[in-house]
Design a protein around this ligand. Structure first.
Ligand code: SF4
Length: 216
């Protein structure tokens, strides 16, 4: 009970900081609640024509993409379709930047309410930054950090090396050592950093803070 109360006050503090930065913010207890909130409140309000998404284990944990895929009422741009070539996937990622709704996660959130991300191709950080009319981010409490330095340390020592392990066809030293070597691998997944200080326009980026450890 004590821990739960403590977690809730931490979640509320991050919510307050993010709202100050013009993000629309929701708090839920777990990934099932995150999915319910998304389908019951957020999606009907946005009423998007075309939906797309960037890679995010937290987003996948909520199951929202499977539900969207199953419902033929939603038009989607699936940029991860394994039946198409890599070139076609990249072309779809370009098209996804003109979708109405873009869904993904984030690598870290600071106490000042800044979102910090590191991307390989750039489609995820671009979608968060500009293009899609609305953005929804699913974020577990394990992504909370103190400041920008801690965000970058977290991403270099946790997110990126673990993410590389998810891609057995890619090769980089962090897959062996578990930490970043600032490598020159052709498959390096760490190419573009973004710091999202505020949502512009106000409320374009909607954030669901989840009281669970989710994703990398
Ligand atoms: S820069 Fe290279 S070594 Fe460092 S985390 Fe990224 S892929 Fe791994």
């Amino acid at each position: 009970m004590g821990n739960q109360t403590n977690n809730q006050s931490i979640l509320e503090a991050y919510k307050k900081a993010l709202r100050k930065n013009n993000f629309e913010v929701f708090i839920v207890e777990n990934h099932e609640e995150a999915s319910l909130l998304f389908f019951d409140q957020i999606l009907p309000k946005i009423n998007p024509g075309i939906i797309s998404w960037g890679d995010s284990m937290t987003m996948h944990a909520t199951g929202v993409i499977e539900r969207i895929r199953e419902n033929e009422a939603y038009a989607i741009i699936d940029t991860f379709d394994k039946t198409i070539s890599r070139e076609e996937q990249i072309e779809r990622r370009r098209q996804a930047l003109q979708s109405d709704l873009f869904i993904t996660g984030t690598n870290a959130v600071t106490e000042k309410g800044q979102l910090v991300n590191l991307d390989m191709i750039g489609n995820r950080v671009t979608g968060i930054t500009f293009g899609p009319k609305d953005v929804v981010l699913f974020i577990g409490k394990n992504k909370f950090v103190k400041n920008l330095d801690d965000a970058m340390t977290r991403i270099r020592t946790i997110s990126a090396p673990l993410n590389m392990k998810r891609h057995p066809l890619f090769k980089a030293p962090c897959q062996v050592t578990g930490t970043c070597h600032d490598c020159c691998s052709p498959q390096r997944i760490c190419n573009t950093w973004t710091i999202t200080e505020k949502s512009y326009p106000k409320g374009r980026i909607k954030i669901i803070l989840i009281n669970e450890d989710l994703g990398l």
